[in-house]
Design a protein around this ligand. Structure first.
Ligand code: DX5
Ligand code: ZN
Length: 221
């Protein structure tokens, strides 16, 4: 797959002017908006919920909103994010009591669904649900905070996930989240990723468009 998706994580945006930040990053060439939901229970941090997702839609954001749920329980929030205008919902299998049911809730609402794999979470959670999966999200940091260093063990996991996806013959995106930068994006793509979340690397850059252009240049080489 050669169509790369760049999904800036708004966790590193300036929340005091979030609408403008999202407009700017999309105008700078981003494809998706990565929306990190943390509950101070499944992960030790607290962020944003469905109201903020809806506010972005009301503000006029039409790009796909990629909701990464780092919450437990999972199911209670799925309907709220469907109503709020989410496009993609991914969740951590360990956080759901009934993984197949959570996936069905997302799919039945007409959204794309995905599972997220922490650095120490095995990929076997995909075994019996691959037919309901649109996105496999590999965490290259332990979830909870932006600005952490990329864990190299994610590269082997990406290669493993790429094989599973290719064998399935299904159109499943392979997304990577955590510590992605212009300097490592080519290596990450070579391991099989096609969808790249980046928070601090993009939002800490002076020029979002130049940073995203650098990502794409490095992906092309
Ligand atoms: C971490 C989040 C990530 C994070 C990425 O729990 O899921 O999306 O914001 O931030 P960077 O790119 O700074 O590692
Ligand atoms: Zn995320």
């Amino acid at each position: 797959m050669s169509d790369f998706v760049i999904a800036p994580s708004i966790l590193s945006a300036n929340f005091a002017r979030l609408g403008e930040e999202v407009d700017n990053v999309l105008a700078a060439g981003a494809d998706w908006v990565h929306f990190d939901v943390m509950d101070n229970h499944y992960v030790p941090n607290l962020t944003i919920g469905p109201m903020v997702c809806k506010a972005l839609r009301d503000h006029g954001v039409t790009a796909p909103i990629d909701v990464h749920l780092m919450v437990s329980p999972v199911d209670r929030l799925i309907g709220d994010f469907v109503e709020a205008g989410a496009s993609i919902i991914t969740f951590h299998p360990e956080a759901s009591d009934h993984i197949d049911r959570s996936l069905q809730l997302i799919k039945n609402a007409g959204l794309q669904a995905g599972l997220v794999f922490n650095p120490a979470t095995p990929l076997h959670y995909l075994d019996y649900v691959l037919d309901k999966i649109d996105v496999v999200l590999i965490m290259s940091v332990n979830p909870g905070f932006g600005g952490q260093a990329f864990l190299p063990s994610a590269l082997d996991k990406l290669r493993e996930a790429r094989k599973i996806i290719d064998r399935s013959g299904r159109n499943i995106r392979l997304e990577i989240d955590g510590g992605v930068k212009a300097s490592n994006i080519a290596e990450i793509a070579a391991a099989g990723a096609d969808t790249f979340v980046a928070g601090s690397a993009i939002f800490n850059a002076d020029d979002y468009a130049a940073e995203i252009a650098q990502f794409r240049t490095n992906l092309a080489n």
